[in-house]
Design a protein around this ligand. Structure first.
Ligand code: ARG
Length: 469
């Protein structure tokens, strides 16, 4: 148990807290990662205090110098962290006082840990989003270049995991492009939600000093300040937004990974995963497992768990700050770390993926993927109502299944037996590429629509704030 005088808040206490209290109380084991933003915000705060005459210019200089030294110590690994000092804020303040004496004790003037932790997490989320944006744009660029390089290759579109229709491989890849593109749009929205500075709200009602909140906000790169100090210290919407972003992004990552895992099996064989993103089995020598894709699929559950944890934590919390909120950082830091891994991991998977069109073509011909095309042919050429044409094509499939035939092998006589009329389909009708050419309308898998779509994707990337497209 520590000495009660070690505590920065010891004044009104007679005894030290018990050991389990300290253990439950501490957050230094995870919030030390805030040290950089905490120091930056403290320097901005102290600078403002000196500008408004609460601190002298000399005091500010001492504080700034001390804080920068502490930053160096933390980065060099020489700073000692201890549960008795609770969190990163108190560690830095205590060390500052050790280094510069009583002036260190003036740093916390006009501020509370409630607005301090709020400003730190705002800055931390902003920084994370800026990194996420870079990785997300890299992923989008890679998907787009794969769609370009593989243009013309045929792929199978599935519904219910049953062979549905031939599509262009580029069309399939671009479907994921747009999902991640929406994640990028959402990211920009989340970034706006950390646009206002909570600093200066103090414990909940504002400071008893002539502080200038706009000054610290501008120095820390915020576009404004919270209009309400109680809202500022109790709000965690920006963290919810980050978790929504992370969860939705991970749903996309996870679904893409699921495709890769299935398509990489011997049974499908549509893709081959390279060594860089696979691992071996400790018992079965032949194995090359898609573990990275599986882990990313699994992490989708983890980040969703973090979202649910925060939602549950916040539910029914009274105004304003409550200590429950300390837990928010456990979920936040975990999801930030996993989002980075997810984006870099999926990018690496896609860089190490080979597409095997031969296997796709083999399955296409087995899977009656052109049954819809036959129905549409009857509608177009024979003026058969679609519902009847659908039935005829369905009977043809059943006939083929029974007699172990393929649609492309049916003779005119067999068609007569199936449909009651002669049918001769045009030459090349069953070539998947012909089927793709028959598809019409913007956004379809017709090669010319896909070309137009690639242009749209390029435009989208050119407009992102990263602007590297
Ligand atoms: N470590 C605390 C947290 O993360 C800092 C704020 C503490 N505020 C308080 N009133 N006890 O939430």
């Amino acid at each position: 148990m520590s000495d009660k005088r070690e505590k920065l808040w010891h004044g009104r206490f007679e005894n030290a807290p018990s050991q389990i209290t300290e253990e439950i109380s501490e957050s230094i084991s995870f919030d030390y990662v805030l040290y950089e933003v905490d120091i930056r915000a403290s320097i901005a705060h102290a600078n403002m205090l000196s500008k408004v005459g609460v601190l002298t210019a000399h005091e500010f200089e001492q504080i700034e110098k001390g804080l920068l030294q502490i930053k160096g110590e933390i980065e060099a690994g020489t700073m000692r962290f201890q549960a008795s000092l609770e969190d990163i804020h108190m560690h830095i303040e205590a060390r500052l006082t050790e280094l510069i004496g009583d002036t260190g004790k003036k740093l916390h003037t006009g501020r509370s840990r409630n607005d301090q932790v709020a400003v730190d997490t705002h800055l931390f989320v902003r920084h994370a989003l800026e990194e996420d944006r870079t990785h997300l744009v890299t992923l989008l660029r890679l998907i787009l270049s794969l769609a370009n390089e593989n243009f013309g290759k045929v792929w199978i579109g599935y519904t219910h995991l049953q062979i549905a229709q031939p599509v262009l491989l580029s069309h399939y890849l671009l479907a994921y492009f747009w999902q991640f593109a929406r994640d990028l749009e959402f990211l920009e929205f989340v970034l706006q939600s950390v646009g206002n500075s909570p600093l200066g709200s103090a414990a909940l009602g504002g400071a008893n000093y002539p502080i200038d909140r706009q000054m610290t906000a501008a120095e820390l790169g915020f576009s404004g300040v919270y209009a309400n100090s109680m809202d500022a210290v109790s709000n965690r919407d920006y963290q919810l937004n980050y978790h929504f972003f992370a969860t939705r992004l991970y749903l996309h990552i996870s679904r893409f990974c699921e495709d890769v895992i299935i398509y990489n099996t011997t049974e499908f064989g549509y893709v081959t995963l390279g060594d860089a993103v696979t691992t071996g089995s400790s018992i079965m020598p032949q194995k090359k497992n898609p573990d990275i894709a599986e882990l990313l699929r699994g992490k989708a559950g983890r980040v969703n768990g973090n979202l649910q944890a925060l939602v549950t934590n916040l539910k029914a919390l009274p105004m304003t700050y409550n200590r429950d909120l300390q837990e928010d950082k456990v979920y936040l830091f975990d999801s930030i770390r996993e989002v980075r891994r997810g984006l870099l991991g999926l990018t690496e998977i896609l860089k190490n993926l080979r597409f095997n069109e031969e296997r796709v073509l083999e399955n296409l011909s087995k899977g009656f993927a052109l049954a819809t095309d036959i129905a549409d042919f009857l509608v177009r050429v024979k003026k058969t109502p679609f519902r009847d044409a659908h039935a005829v094509a369905g009977q043809a499939v059943a006939y083929c299944e029974k007699n172990n035939l393929r649609l492309e092998g049916l003779t005119a006589a067999q068609w007569k037996e199936i449909a009651g009329f002669d049918l001769v389909l045009p030459e090349n009708f069953f070539l998947p590429k012909e089927s793709l050419e028959r598809r019409q309308g913007e956004g379809s898998t017709n090669p010319s629509s896909v070309k137009a779509q690639i242009e749209k994707a390029k435009d989208f990337l050119a407009k992102t704030s990263d602007g590297r497209a």
